[in-house]
Structure formats: C-alpha cells, structure tokens
Design a protein around this ligand. Sequence first.
Ligand SMILES: C[S@@+](CC[C@H](N)C(=O)[O-])C[C@H]1O[C@@H](n2cnc3c(N)ncnc32)[C@H](O)[C@@H]1O
Length: 191
Amino acid sequence: MDKIRKIVEEIKEKGEFPSALNHAIAGYCDTLTAYAEECDTIVEFGVHQVCSTWALFLGNPKKMDSYDINDCPVEYAKKLSSEYGVEFTFHKKNSLTCDIPFCDLLFIDTDHKYSHLLAELTRHSTKVKKYIILHDTTLFKEQLVDAYRDFLAGLTHPDGFQWAIKEIADPIDSRSGRGGAGLTVLERKEK
Ligand SMILES: C[S@@+](CC[C@H](N)C(=O)[O-])C[C@H]1O[C@@H](n2cnc3c(N)ncnc32)[C@H](O)[C@@H]1O
C-alpha cells in the first residue's frame, strides 16, 4: 500500500478545506481509512477527483465498487488496485437508480440535497452491513442533517436492524483555523 499511502498523504497536504470544495475530503482521509480498515467490501457514491477513493483504498478492502454519474479519472486507481489485489470497479451510474452489491461500508458524497440523500439512504441502506458515511454534513447541513435524521426516524426494517449515529466529525483545519465540511458516520445496529 506504499504508493497509495503516498497519494493519500499528498491529498491531505494539498487540502485547503473548507474554501476549496475540491479538497474538502482532505481533512477526513484518516477517518475514512480507519473505517475502511474494518471492512472487506466498500461502495462509494461520488468519485469526482478520486480523493475519497484513495483514502478508502488505503484501508485495504478486498472489493470496492465506486459509482459516479460522470466519467472520473480512475485509471491509475484501477492500475494500483490490481497491483495491490483490491477488486475495484468503477460504475458510471446514477446512485438514485443503480443497484449496489451487499457491502460493509457505503460512502455517500454526491448531490447534497435533502431529497437526493434521503432517496439514496432509503434505496441502498438494506445492502449495507456496518457503516454509512456521509460527507459534507456540516457544509450542507440544512439539507443533509434533515435527510439522515428523517431516514433514521422513519426506519422500520422488517429484518430487525436499526441505524444510529456513530460519529459526527468536523475537525478544525490547522492552517485556516476553520471547521471542515463535516462527515457523519451511521452504524448499523442489530436489534
Ligand atoms: C463532491 S463530488 C465527489 C468528490 C469525491 N468524493 C472526491 O473525493 O473527489 C460529487 C460527485 O457526485 C457525482 N454525482 C452527483 N449526483 C450523482 C448521482 N445521482 N449518482 C452518482 N454520482 C453523482 C458528481 O458527478 C460528482 O463527481
């Protein structure tokens, strides 16, 4: 994982969150990697600059499926994943209509609107065994916090499990002294 570790260190180094949206993931790489380390199978929604993809890769999953509605620059990620034995597939698909495989962790960083996130959580949460991680929950809190709270409040799973908030991460950037874009981790609880 040395090459991937180097890429993640570069992403963290370049991070200028929260002003630069493109680097908004930089402050959360360690958190993403730590949760990924507990997981064999990962699904990612929202690939864009491949930053979160690399941070999740560093957790050394066995299998990772990444989805984006647009083309994303994943060629190097594909090459390194095969070098490191990670089964990685990029899907150019809409998270609102695609079907995902069962997974341990679902990371969501797509369109930060209430109805969009609620629809993603409602459609896919039954396929997720451990964690759902939501990015930008501080930056877009008016939309996203209501969406995941309504998801949690409306849950009636026949399978007998629940989702609960495990962690809300909003670290202060050491350079700017400002808070980050926000990351919320939901954990599946068996009843
Ligand atoms: C904020 S960027 C993701 C940043 C990425 N996590 C990173 O670290 O570089 C949001 C991405 O979500 C994608 N997106 C928006 N709506 C989507 C949808 N319905 N299904 C799949 N991807 C979507 C966009 O094309 C965009 O690439």
